[in-house]
Design a binder for this molecule. Structure first.
Ligand SMILES: Nc1ncnc2c1ncn2[C@@H]1O[C@H](COP(=O)(O)OP(=O)(O)OP(=O)(O)O)[C@@H](O)[C@H]1O
Ligand SMILES: [Mg+2]
Length: 507
């Protein structure tokens, strides 16, 4: 429960002009997933359906004279069922339209128009607010919501009223211009219809998917159906295109309940042949009804699907796109501060440092560069490192990261790297260890060190790249690669050295 201290706050709601919070409200319960109201000039606040309930508790529903233009009791014949039903419930409770408006936070005008049948298709959140205000529960509430139009109508309406936008990014994207342009173009033209962006936790899969979806929505006028797995961070989760994303999630998620089949049919009918982008963000293969997804692609010929996942789904026709970390500075990059500041990882790290007066200088540049290299340009790790600048200087933080980089990355990333490493066979691990001793290496180094034929070398390097354990170094066309610093830290020599140290300490 959040209490707003100013009793005269006036709320306005751009997202839903039908919703008005009356003056005099002092106490609001916040529940996620509700519409966004603006408080005063700037603050954005999610307001809950429980608003009406808390309002009921804090205010007496005193009779008020009808506002000008409010019909005392409008004639009931000729209006749609929902209007009649609404009016009947209101009268049963002895409330005027004004009182119901106060209780539900829906404007008097919207209530009047609904009762008179002037507004035929109320939004779902409006219907829910009115139902709350009327205190409807159980069968009565279900009946009331059904009379409001049913989900199919509502979905169709929100899908058809203009291309549905993706969730709005909360900041600007750093780097990745080439990736956004390439995938945006391939999906926009329909040359590719099923793409999965894969990579380590926190590498930026959801963030780039947001950007690609925004590009396709803007440049190709594609509606975007966005469904996020519950594990995804709030910053990239859908809030805007509900209930469409709810339908997508329910239709394609496992376990495939009988209801899912109906929802899949509903989704197929809804999308039809219209060019549309469907984003499945952060789901794993086991959590998706792959057959339903494939059927959807077959049926809806204009549909393109963008998946973000730790590993590819391996669906027929899927194009895998492993996302590399952000570019990191080379050893002598700090010689030119302007160029250094533009390198992806440096840009993100310095942007996230919320210490007043912090600037990239010749004094801190070497430590900043080294931090970006040690954390491999992984956006999530860089953001985490940035938060430590509240207490440490760049140099002190660098010392800590050198000692144990895994103290500065998420558990997810640590577990993921360990799992990938464990999946390699003995020879592959040994070769990875040898490659890890080099700053960067080429395919000829791989065949020399691994005693393998070219095809075997290519397969291994591809695998390391696909699973995020290695990256291209010095540009994508250089033919040079590098093992991730975090992987080196976990590598066999390092691990056995650490174990030795631990054993020595224990004895
Ligand atoms: N290119 C970028 N520019 C700016 N911020 C970024 C960029 N890439 C990622 N981020 C930020 O880094 C964090 C992690 O990114 P994101 O959530 O997209 O990772 P992910 O790969 O989807 O992780 P997960 O596998 O856990 O879903 C987010 O806060 C995101 O906004
Ligand atoms: Mg994600």
């Amino acid at each position: 429960m959040i209490t707003l201290s100013n009793p005269n706050l006036t709320f306005s709601n751009d997202a839903n002009p039908e919703t008005v919070v009356p003056k005099g409200l002092t106490s609001i319960a916040f529940r996620p997933g509700f519409s966004v109201l603006s408080v005063g000039a700037n603050t954005l606040v999610p307001v809950v359906a429980a608003l009406a309930t808390s309002l009921r508790m804090t205010r007496q529903a005193t009779p008020e004279p009808p506002v000008s233009g409010e019909a005392a009791e409008p004639p009931s014949h000729g209006v749609p069922r929902f209007g009649e039903l609404l009016r009947r419930h209101r009268i049963d409770r002895g409330a005027t339209q004004r009182q119901l408006a106060d209780l539900s936070t829906v404007s008097v005008r919207a209530i009047r128009d609904l009762e008179l049948g002037k507004a035929h298709r109320p939004r779902r959140d409006t219907v829910q607010l009115i139902a709350e205000g009327l205190g409807l529960t159980g069968q009565e509430r279900a009946h009331f919501e059904k009379a409001a139009g049913g989900s199919a109508n509502e979905l169709k309406l929100s899908y058809e009223t203009g291309p549905v936008p993706p969730p709005a990014p909360m900041d600007t994207l750093v780097g990745r211009e080439a990736e956004v342009w390439m995938l945006g173009d391939l999906l926009g033209t329909g040359n590719l219809r099923l793409v999965s962006i894969t990579g380590l936790p926190g590498i930026g899969k959801s963030r780039i998917a947001l950007e690609i979806a925004g590009f396709l929505h803007r440049e190709h006028r594609l509606p975007v159906l966005w469904s996020s797995a519950p594990t995804q961070s709030c910053a990239t989760r859908d809030t805007g295109s509900e209930p469409l994303s709810g339908l997508v999630g329910a239709a394609l998620n496992l376990p495939a309940a009988a209801a899912a089949v109906t929802l899949q049919a509903e989704l197929r009918t809804l999308v039809g042949d219209q060019p549309t982008l469907l984003v499945m963000d952060g789901y794993e293969r086991a959590g998706i009804d792959a057959t339903a997804l494939a059927a959807l692609l077959q049926h809806c010929r204009g549909l393109r699907v963008l998946i973000t996942a730790r590993t590819p789904f391996q669906l027929p026709g899927e194009r895998e796109f492993p996302l590399a970390p952000l570019a990191v500075p080379g050893e002598r990059a700090e010689a030119n501060l302007n160029e250094l500041a533009e390198i992806g990882s440096v840009k993100l790290l310095t942007r996230c440092i919320a210490r007043p007066g912090f600037r990239l200088t010749t004094a801190n540049a070497p430590a900043i560069s080294a931090l970006c290299r040690l954390l491999d340009g992984i956006p999530d790790s860089l953001q985490l490192a940035a938060s430590w600048f509240m207490v440490y200087t760049a140099e002190t933080l660098l010392e800590y990261v050198r000692t144990d980089p895994f103290a500065f990355v998420t558990d997810d990333l640590r577990t993921s790297l360990r799992t990938e490493l464990a999946a390699l066979d003995h020879d592959e691990r040994a070769l990875l260890g040898r490659l890890g001793e080099l700053d960067s290496w080429s395919m000829s180094d791989v065949s020399r060190l691994g005693h393998r034929e070219p095809a075997g070398c290519a397969r291994l390097v591809r695998r390391l790249l696909m699973h995020g354990m290695a990256r291209t170094s010095a540009g994508p066309d250089s033919g040079h690669f590098a093992v991730l610093e975090l992987v080196k830290y976990l590598g066999p020599e390092r691990r056995s050295a650490l174990h030795r140290l631990e054993d020595e300490a224990a004895s």
